[in-house]
Design a binder for this molecule. Structure first.
Ligand code: ADP
Length: 204
């Protein structure tokens, strides 16, 4: 199973990603997590990405493409993967197409979690409150101000990927406002239906 998870911050990509990797025995690649690890380790990539991420802007395409290119070649990717947070721009999607073509791999689907923007701010505020209560560190970009910036970046740069993948017959749209287990079932059923359609010779 090779999937891309698409959706704005707070849409539930992390929650659904966890469930998908468990059920399908695949690996998740989160460019956000990888960049945060680079920032923490103080690598050259981390040093460049730190302020950009704290502002809520996107880091340069070349940077994330290079990270993903190396990672996709590793052996734990063989059984399948979920890309979470990548691609985030059309240029990144084109680069991913090229990378996959080089390795002869095809995506099974791009799962888009659709959520009302008004709900996102509330979800992030709840997440911050819960993490604070548990004594966990808060992400530098998890605050209402930066969230607005991240949403703007999503709208302007990432939302066009919906049409990009719909055109290729790869898009699976899911209502991310439903309760977590319902979202999970809807994704599963959508993936099954796609698989059946593909093996019957239809696409999209
Ligand atoms: P979320 O989806 O909750 O906004 P992520 O953890 O996926 O957060 O990403 C956090 C930040 O990392 C982004 O705001 C951006 O600065 C950077 N980032 C992550 N993935 C990418 C990417 N594919 N392209 C550019 N920047 C990225």
């Amino acid at each position: 199973m090779r999937l891309v998870l698409l959706g704005p911050p707070g849409a539930g990509k992390g929650t659904q990603g966890d469930r998908l990797i468990e059920r399908h025995g695949i690996t998740r690649l989160s460019t956000g997590d990888m960049l945060r690890a680079a920032v923490k380790a103080g690598t050259p990539v981390g040093l460049k990405a730190k302020d950009i991420m704290a502002r809520g802007d996107l880091v340069p395409d070349e940077m994330v493409i290079a990270i993903i290119r190396d990672r996709l070649k590793e052996s734990d990717m063989k059984p399948g993967f979920i890309l979470d947070g990548f691609p985030r721009t059309v240029a990144q999607a084109e680069a991913l197409d090229e990378l996959l073509a080089e390795t002869g791999i095809k995506l099974d689907a791009v799962v888009e979690l659709k959520v009302d923007e008004g709900a996102l701010l509330k979800r992030i505020e709840t997440r911050i409150a819960e993490m604070t209560a548990r004594g966990e560190p808060i992400r530098a970009d998890d605050n209402p101000e930066t969230l607005k910036k991240r949403l703007e970046a999503y709208r302007a740069q990432t939302a066009p990927l919906s049409a990009y993948y719909a055109k290729r017959g790869a898009l699976l749209e899911v209502d991310g406002m439903a309760p977590i287990p319902v979202v999970e079932t809807t994704i599963d059923e959508g993936l099954k239906a796609r698989k059946a359609a593909v093996s019957a010779g239809f696409r999209g």
